[in-house]
Design a protein around this ligand. Sequence first.
Ligand SMILES: Cc1cc2nc3c(=O)[nH]c(=O)nc-3n(C[C@H](O)[C@H](O)[C@H](O)COP(=O)(O)OP(=O)(O)OC[C@H]3O[C@@H](n4cnc5c(N)ncnc54)[C@H](O)[C@@H]3O)c2cc1C
Length: 364
Amino acid sequence: MLIVGGGPVGLATAIALRQRALSVRVIDLRKPPIDKACGEGIMPDGARWMGDNGVELEPAESFRFRGIRYVDGAAVAEARFAGGHGLGVRRTALHRALVRRAEQLGVRLDWGVRAVGLRAGELETSSGTCRADWLVGADGLGSRVRRWSGLEGGRAARRRRTGIRRHFRVAPWTDLVEVHWTDDCEAYVTPVSPTETGVAILWSGRAHGFAEGLERFPALAGRLEGAPAASVDRGAGPFGRRARAVRKGRLALVGDAAGYLDAITGEGLALGFHQADALAEAIYAGDLTRYERAFRKLIALPFTLIRLLLFAERHPSIRRRMVRTLAREPEIFARLLAIHTRDRPPASLGLGGAVRFVRGLVRA
Ligand SMILES: Cc1cc2nc3c(=O)[nH]c(=O)nc-3n(C[C@H](O)[C@H](O)[C@H](O)COP(=O)(O)OP(=O)(O)OC[C@H]3O[C@@H](n4cnc5c(N)ncnc54)[C@H](O)[C@@H]3O)c2cc1C
């Protein structure tokens, strides 16, 4: 088994495969701990996956968050998770923990090795050609494996969206992840340790620097005033990449390489961990059609929620109404959040809940 990409989802796939006693090699062009622009909030189902798979974070390098707060001007809506907690953690600390677990399980990890081409089932790398019975592309948003295997599906987004992040040496002021909304940009504030807070700014359309983004949120900028930066700015995007399919012969795509819409719901990691399990199960069974079916099921709800939020993001008056409605109807927000974290089925919103939400949007 050869996995191209030792980011979180490539490593999660390796961990899931080793737990089924399959031998695994991972290559990555970078060296650990690998950093990446990210909101760094792992939703509760992702945190549960980590616990179930023995991926342990240092307490001083993570923060348990209990829900989500939306802030749009004067409107503030918040909801707590139905069960468990999310984890705020810097990508470097997350990567260290995943590498540690993969090593414990006996995964072969080859860092500083770049995949450079795929020809007749053989992967060409910067350290030679390799053949594997199964090949996994876990090489992120701009996946080369996706392109080389003819699975590239093009852009999936209407508007160009990009992100940029910075960490501040400031203790968290809440146990919620905050999403601050304004026209064409949002700020995601995640406590990542007892002493550090991360801020990721997502832009729609033309991207600007971190400082210009923060200026768009005066209350947040006020809170962070004078706090020293704890990292250099790092950007990512554009988001919205599609794969035509997630398997071809004995090759499969997983994580962002398998298609990514947007960071607006902050669940790329949790979703990737679930995909990793589904892929390992399918490889163990020797049948990738199982993965394809599981993959479609896994992304159905998250991608629908992302599309709905992106619609609201594109229409500021709807976005403002949405936040005002959720502020007035915290119970509906909590139900929606529980659906998002897979703690409750979509039907649990109920007809009454859906009607109240839509009525709220119209009246707000
Ligand atoms: C601004 C922003 C905010 C986000 N916020 C959140 C959030 O709060 N919560 C959340 O859950 N998700 C969030 N996400 C999404 C999350 O970051 C991704 O879903 C996640 O990183 C996907 O992991 P991955 O392993 O699939 O890809 P990556 O993390 O991109 O890893 C891919 C790996 O492949 C390697 N690679 C690439 N090409 C090659 C090659 N040719 N040869 C060898 N190796 C190669 C890279 O070095 C890298 O290590 C956010 C994303 C962005 C951009």
